[in-house]
Design a protein around this ligand. Structure first.
Ligand SMILES: *Cc1c(COP(=O)(O)O)cnc(C)c1O
Length: 250
């Protein structure tokens, strides 16, 4: 099977699983956006996916997002899903459609200031660490509630919702309580916001290859999927990831 065919097949299978999960939850598939995570994908794969009409691509490393936004000429929207250091904000804001990973007030304030200098209105999700894992980035639940009045003071940054990652498990059901908590936290933050606040908090970015169906059932509006889209393909050598036009068989 050609790479393009394999990707088309994987993509169709992922869409069918999203649709089935929507059906179980009484939701419309149009309410759930797929962000295809390309962090381990060759540029050619991202291109093949874009050719199928997948318009949202996600990268976890700011440098790779910036590089690929220049290399890939297809009209895709770039999502930053990994940790953003403050010294990368200036480079990442112009090519990025949505930052999923705002994980501290300092970072949000830095985005606010630089957005002012660049005259941009960045769209941002706040990352929440609900599992307590030390290695994970993100606000703790109570930390975000305590910081909320400061978050509401941001003028340029548009806070559109929350993002989380469940703990790794072979059983997707184990992720369900985490996704439910993110939704409930969103509801609480909404009630702490004045009516007509800039913060709509409409987006819940949750669910990856191992648990996206459960996330959809719990109200995800964005799922971030890598692995399931690249099944049957051989991942690039990380050192090659920026380069385009490489034929692994050549
Ligand atoms: C890598 C990554 C994903 C995609 O993970 P898969 O298991 O490959 O689907 C989603 N979200 C974040 C934040 C990631 O870093």
């Amino acid at each position: 099977m050609t790479m393009e065919k394999q990707i088309a097949e994987n993509y169709r299978a992922v869409c069918a699983r999203i649709e089935a999960a929507c059906k179980r939850a009484g939701r419309e598939p149009a309410e759930v956006r797929l962000v295809a995570v390309t962090k381990y994908a060759r540029l050619e794969w991202a291109r093949a996916l874009a050719a199928l009409g997948v318009a949202d691509l996600g990268e976890s490393r700011p440098q790779q997002l910036v590089a690929r936004s220049k290399e890939l000429l297809e009209p895709v929207r770039w999502h930053l899903i990994g940790h953003l250091q403050r010294n990368k904000v200036r480079a990442v804001l112009p090519p990025t459609e949505l930052i999923h990973s705002a994980d501290s007030l300092r970072l949000l304030e830095s985005i606010e200031r630089i957005a002012g200098e660049l005259d941009l209105r960045p769209r941002v999700l706040i990352e929440v660490n609900l599992t307590g894992e030390e290695a994970k980035h993100g606000f703790r639940e109570e930390e975000l509630e305590a910081a909320w009045s400061d978050v509401l003071k941001l003028e340029r940054v548009r806070i559109e919702g929350l993002m989380t990652m469940a703990a790794y498990s072979d059983d997707p059901e184990e992720a369900r309580p985490t996704f439910k908590r993110l939704r409930e936290l969103r509801d609480r933050l909404q009630s702490m916001s004045p009516a007509g606040a800039r913060t709509g908090l409409t987006q819940l970015s949750m669910g990856m290859t191992g648990d996206f169906e459960v996330a959809v059932e719990e109200g995800a509006t964005i799922v971030r999927i890598g692995g399931a889209l690249w099944e049957g393909l051989e991942a690039a050598d990380p050192a090659d990831q920026h380069e385009s036009g490489r034929d692994p068989g050549a």
